[in-house]
Design a protein around this ligand. Structure first.
Ligand SMILES: NC(=O)c1ccc[n+]([C@@H]2O[C@H](COP(=O)([O-])OP(=O)(O)OC[C@H]3O[C@@H](n4cnc5c(N)ncnc54)[C@H](OP(=O)(O)O)[C@@H]3O)[C@@H](O)[C@H]2O)c1
Length: 329
């Protein structure tokens, strides 16, 4: 698979693998052996970039990624995240980016990931109680100690990114970005260009919607599935938003691809420093997605996609109000 450079010379495969859904967030966790197989198959197929977080599970996703990648550690780049306050019952009860907490999380993450360094360490959400300079300074120290290689921020505002970058250069931001979530184009692209920061796109398949595999009658009522609370996934919104899938499916037939591949190829075509991290818990989904790195869309294809999406009035907010409120704008 082709490689891309995020910021600060960090080279990764053009597409990464989002590992969250293997343990958390999109329904029941995948069986351990099956999950390990998915991660290792991704490496075998050329993926070198893996995304996890302390908060996924919590903890179980990092443990899984660590077990799967331990024998392949020198071939891969692992990104993980700190920033939540997690109580003894494993419930996320708030944010916590205090320096001592960051250090404690990093030590625990290193243990779970079975490694002596984290390639890319992100703050998962900005903590308004802790100046970002203190966060960036702590990560800078962890980099100096060799425990961390690169610094990232997820869903941080331009102002926060600038302030952090002045203390410790930011390699990548990780934002929600896909065909049906275009906010970073307006808010972050210019900054990424200016500062030479990469954009890791989470939710690149619209949490599965843009693949066309979510059918018209599907209901999201599993408490383990975050989409249960996403206004875009109510039956009414889904019904209205199917126009997007109908368009992608039509184009996929013409291109001999799949809707997921079109959605990912479109993302890759936006900027050379964008790296999507689609989640997949099934081998056939992984196999379906990876060829998107080789699918070249022409300028007229890209125009057609943009025009089709602009003409559709997408229904429902992308995230629940609670998750949206944690985004630093
Ligand atoms: N920074 C943040 O705040 C943040 C937030 C959320 C997620 N993330 C990261 O971003 C990654 C990706 O985001 P995401 O998982 O929320 O959403 P996503 O990648 O847009 O969608 C994942 C969903 O798409 C389905 N899927 C994938 N490929 C498919 C295909 N070819 N055909 C049909 N269905 C397909 C998966 O199904 P199967 O599971 O059945 O394969 C899964 O349900 C996560 O794994 C996580 O690492 C970061």
């Amino acid at each position: 698979m082709d490689k891309r450079i995020l910021g600060n010379g960090l080279e990764v495969s053009a597409m990464g693998l989002g590992c969250m859904g293997l343990s958390f967030g999109l329904g029941p966790a995948t069986g351990r052996e099956e999950a390990i197989q998915v991660i290792r198959r991704a490496v075998w197929r050329g993926v070198t970039f893996f995304d996890t977080a302390e908060g996924y599970g919590p903890y179980t996703n990092e443990e899984l990624v660590g077990a799967a990648l331990q024998p392949l550690r020198d071939q891969v780049v692992i990104g993980t995240k700190f920033g939540f306050d997690i109580n003894d019952q494993g419930e996320t009860v708030g944010l916590n980016s205090r320096p001592a907490h960051i250090r404690a999380v990093v030590h625990a993450s290193l243990r779970r990931l079975r490694t002596d360094h984290i390639d890319l360490l992100y703050q998962h959400r900005v903590d308004p109680a802790v100046p970002i300079e203190d966060v960036a300074g702590t990560v800078r120290d962890l980099i100096a100690e060799g425990k961390v290689r690169h610094f990232g921020l997820s869903e941080a505002s331009v102002r926060t990114i600038r302030r952090a970058h002045a203390v410790q250069p930011v390699t990548a931001i990780q934002d929600h970005y896909s065909l049906w979530m275009r906010e970073p184009e307006q808010t972050k692209f210019a900054l990424c260009e200016e500062l030479g920061i990469g954009l890791v796109a989470w939710g690149p398949l619209g949490q599965g919607f843009l693949t066309g595999k979510i059918t018209r009658g599907m209901r999201f009522d599993d408490p383990a599935d975050l989409r249960r609370d996403f206004p875009r996934f109510t039956p009414q919104a889904l019904a209205a938003n199917f126009k997007l899938v109908d368009f992608l499916s039509g184009m996929a037939v013409r291109k001999g691809a799949s809707p997921a591949r079109i959605a990912l190829a479109w993302l890759l075509a936006q900027k050379p420093w964008i790296v999507p991290i689609p989640g997949a818990t099934r081998l056939e989904h992984l196999d379906d997605n990876l060829p998107a790195a080789e699918l070249a869309l022409s300028a007229s294809d890209l125009r057609e996609i943009d025009q089709a999406f602009a003409a559709i009035d997408i229904q429902g907010a992308p995230l629940s109000a609670g998750l949206d409120a944690a985004i630093d704008r």
